[in-house]
Design a protein around this ligand. Sequence first.
Ligand code: HEM
Length: 507
Amino acid sequence: MADYSRITLCLAAAILATAFLFRRRPKLSPNREPPCIPQLFCIPYIGHMIGLFWQRTAYYSNVSKKWNLPIFSLSMFGGKVYVVSSPDLMHSLHRQPRVVSFWFIEGQFTTLLGGMSKASADALQANLGAADRESSLLVEGLKVTQQAMSPQGGMEEMNRRAAAVVRTRLDELQETGGTNRVDLWGWIQHEITIATTESIYGLGNPYRDPKVESAFWDFADDTIMVLLSRYLPKALAPKGVSGREVVVQAMNTYFGTGAYKDSSPLTSARYAALKGHINDEDLARFECVNGIAILGNSVPTAFWTIYHIFSDPALLVEVRAQVEMITSNATAAGSGRRMRKINLRALKEAPLLFSVMQEALRHRATGTGPRMVMEDTMVGQEKYHLEKGAAVIIANHALHFDASAWGASADRFVADRFCGKTPAHAFRGFGGGINLCPGKGFAMVEIAAFAAMMAMRFDLLPADGSWDEPGQNLTNMSLQIAPPGKKVYVTIAPRQEAHDVDWEFDS
Ligand code: HEM
């Protein structure tokens, strides 16, 4: 009997092994459609959806890893989703931004998430088709954003303002002797929110009201539920929707009282571009959703930059040495106090700061760069055929861990990786092509300034004795880089060397 069951077991194992070895590898169809991947656990219709809800955006990278294909298709949500996981296809996608469109997704996302009226939604979604030649309100608004965020526009002034806020707040922290056990995520979220919004919205900054700040984060953390609950939003996404309404009301007052006139070129130029095309309330709704672009990725990028620098003592020493090189040392004539100024414009000469930030974006990537296929098209040298109406997902994590692009160390965090040459199309931290993030220059300098001054003035010690890897919380699938999965508690202590010194940014 025992032998019989052993034979049955061996036979079953052999059948399974043979099935595994000869499983049908999905193939390019005769019309060159990307190979179609079987549903997860062979569960008809909803297998991939289960995978997505279970593993979140990691599902795309896990499927990419398993099948090792440059592009493949998944049947989901009653349609087709093409997942791109090869850097070789990025160039081809970038060349057809209207055909494989991010703008279309942005138009839908902004109007739905903001709860805008039909008239405003129509105005913002108009002329985004592949063959449309007339001017699009959404694209014009983005051009204004690109101009305002460029070095020739207002970026440098915005960075000066953000850095000044960082300085003042760290002065206060030093005066109070730092903090005992604090949640690093919560602390950084608040600091970056205040520095960024002060710089963007000026003296009338609506985020100065703590109620608006916390309402915004309720909204931002609940984006997926707000998007999914199209018909019963208040019932299905109560936190997100009520948070949104608080921010919308604050933005309404901000624009209505003319406070925007004393703001950054970004806010005033965008207001001028949209005013008259969408109604005033929807302008406030648009600005509320914009908060997600402005803050949603800056906060986690700042968090992981600080986390990686301070949890690695050797790296912290190197960062401090590089910042030291761009920090002047003087004595004030009257008071005799020491004055130290970190040169904001020279921050790039502390390349490790920027490298750690980009490596954090690479190593911790969770984003998906969604696009919509607006008409049948071909991509890549292999001429894969993409069908109109299908969605495209760029599996950032898969691209960022592609060993053929990043080498044998692809799986590891290498702090100085971006000090050298890196494969351009394999890095999606700020997207690419015509949709490259217009806030990239601003966000990088702001975060580098924050990290530089933190490194020079403070020690960050793990409150529970050691830096333990917190993992990532993948719940919010709209983020490029997800927040930590577990709380990281730290003590922030002023450094001895930083005492009795006046710190500033020099620009
Ligand atoms: C570290 C912080 C940031 C990260 C990691 C980040 C990342 C990204 C990414 C990945 C995209 C999508 C591009 C694509 O799929 O091709 C994007 C688009 C965009 N980002 Fe950022 N972003 C950051 C900060 C900002 C800031 C501060 C602003 C404020 C102006 C901003 C405004 C935008 C806008 C308006 C777009 C849409 C661009 C277009 O469609 O042409 N971002 N960002």
